[in-house]
Design a protein around this ligand. Structure first.
Ligand SMILES: [Zn+2]
Length: 270
């Protein structure tokens, strides 16, 4: 099967079907009206990560990240504790589901470029372009296979953890991009955290990031945190996150390490 088969994927119910001229990316199963053009995830790469997950050692919590942000953490220690406990439970669920990995790891990814054309990417546009240019230079030296493997790792694990969220009462899978009004662009834009952490009436956006072996390093962490802070601010617009909290889950599948924390604007002083 080729990567592009003219398929769509419904974010609401995961249904995949072919795009016909008249269906306008409307889901044939649940009638959701904002489906994405689907891209088939390379089967070899998918197998590679499933096999890793099946055969490698148990996941372990990594304290280094928590030590790093120790003096810039949130006031509400109980909330942070609860989040860490819940994330540990998520990784435990991953380990308990070793026989279900075929169902857990997604077969399709969303193709944003094909869905929206080369659309403006909002606040991130300039940075992203620069980043893409830099990235292109860098990946030229890598083999195509490794490049594919690396770029799909995040999509596969993110998809798997999204599904695991449904099995945990404090996490909520975010299926549909959230619309908000961007004052600078004077237009409506969308953002989509990976999932919500719901605790004590507070709804916190969570960013999930995977890292290459040996790359769970301070500067990479901080990059992930910046993105998460934007979501903390955006989600506070809806009144369920007055303290503008945001959370991150960081992991390295090959090293079997994960870490996490809830942060607020204090983290910017790090
Ligand atoms: Zn659907």
């Amino acid at each position: 099967m080729s990567e592009f088969d003219n398929l769509y994927i419904c974010p609401n119910c995961d249904y995949v079907d072919s795009i016909s001229d008249d269906n306008n990316l409307v889901c044939g199963k649940c009638k959701f009206e904002g489906c994405f053009v689907a891209r088939h995830i390379n089967e070899g790469v998918r197998k590679f990560w499933i096999q890793k997950e099946e055969t490698l050692a148990d996941w372990r919590f990594e304290n280094r990240f928590l030590n790093m942000i120790k003096f810039h953490g949130i006031e509400d220690k109980n909330l942070n504790k609860m989040f860490i406990k819940s994330v540990k439970e998520l990784f435990k669920l991953m380990m308990d589901n070793k026989i279900n990995l075929q169902d857990l790891f997604p077969k399709y990814a969303r193709d944003f470029e094909k869905t929206y054309g080369k659309r403006n990417r909002g606040w991130d546009n300039k940075k992203k372009k620069k980043h893409d240019a830099k990235r292109k230079k860098k990946v030229k030296t890598k083999s195509m296979w490794k490049q594919k493997r690396t770029s799909l790792r995040g999509i596969l694990y993110e998809g798997a953890f999204n599904k695991l969220c449904d099995k945990h009462h404090l996490f909520e899978n975010i299926k549909i991009p959230i619309r908000y009004y961007d004052k600078q662009l004077e237009d409506y834009e969308y953002y989509e955290p990976d999932f919500w952490f719901n605790y004590n009436g507070v709804q916190i956006p969570v960013e999930f990031k995977t890292f290459e072996k040996g790359k769970m390093l301070k500067n990479k962490f901080i990059k992930g945190l910046n993105q998460s802070r934007k979501y903390g601010h955006l989600s506070s617009l809806y009144g369920k996150n007055p303290n503008k909290y945001s959370a991150v889950i960081l992991c390295s599948p090959e090293e079997r390490l994960f870490s996490c924390a809830v942060v607020d604007d204090k983290i910017k002083q790090i």
